[in-house]
Design a protein around this ligand. Structure first.
Ligand code: PGA
Length: 246
């Protein structure tokens, strides 16, 4: 049995005051939910404060990125040991915005994944195809390549703990979601490369109105939520949709 995971990706949004209000409302909204895991991945400067606020609550927290290096002359970077020291649980690796805007290659993503695992945290490996790649019928080839790069540097057993997030690039922040069947097809393909117990979550314009039908698919184990994670009522409604699955 895979425990559904609903993780918020705040991206570069928030302020100390708005974070407090958002977390309070989310905590109130998920208080009575059982059988699922919820998490928020917040910008670095807020990690310490958020860790304090969420200690002993049922909302876990994570980071959105990290360096593949452990320490050294890497100005502006944050390492796995630093995140681990704050009690970080999840770290997103290979989000398409990192791949597209900051030139992260499959090899860099694989190294980041290894760094997260080596420090006792759970990597959330993001992968997905562009619209052009989908239209060319290359979806499986692309996500297969992205997964293979990580498997090349890491033991397959790593995926007993790691989470995979299928996020078609064309669905992120566009209001356009993969249909439940499209998501299921890619998740089933990815599952064949990992384990029956690996959680594979879907991301890309998940909203309260579409979450339940996507989460109803047998290989969709929850969601990675961008825009809707900034609205407490939307995030908690999506978490409720995942609970019905659990
Ligand atoms: P979205 O973002 O829900 O706003 O599409 C998802 C993500 O980028 O993780």
């Amino acid at each position: 049995m895979r425990t559904p995971l609903v993780a918020g990706n705040w991206k570069m949004h928030g302020s100390r005051a708005s974070n407090r209000a958002l977390l309070d409302a989310v905590l109130a909204g998920i208080e009575t939910l059982a059988g699922i895991e919820c998490a928020v991945c917040v910008p670095y400067p807020y990690l310490g404060e958020v860790a304090g606020r969420l200690a002993k609550t049922r909302l876990a927290w994570g980071a959105q990125n990290l360096s593949e290096h452990l320490q050294g002359a890497f100005t502006g970077e944050v390492s796995a040991p630093m995140l681990a020291e704050f009690g970080c649980r999840y770290v997103l690796v290979g989000h398409s915005e990192r791949r597209q805007l900051y030139g992260e290659t499959d090899a860099v993503v694989a190294a980041k994944f290894a760094a997260v695992l080596a420090h006792g945290m759970t990597p959330v490996l993001c992968l997905g195809e562009t619209l052009e790649e989908r239209d060319a019928g290359r979806t499986e080839q692309v996500v297969g390549r992205q997964l293979a790069a990580v498997l090349g540097l890491n033991e397959k057993n790593a995926f007993k703990k790691a989470v995979v997030a299928y996020e078609p690039v064309w669905a992120i922040g566009t209001g356009r979601t993969a249909s439940p069947e499209q998501a299921q097809a890619v998740h089933a393909f990815l599952r064949s490369g990992v384990f029956p117990e690996t959680r594979i979550i879907y991301g890309g314009s998940v909203k309260p109105g579409n979450a339940a039908t996507i989460f109803a698919m047998p290989d969709v184990d929850g969601g990675l939520i961008g825009g809707a994670s900034l609205v407490a009522g939307d995030f908690t409604a999506i978490a409720r949709a995942a609970q019905r699955k659990g």
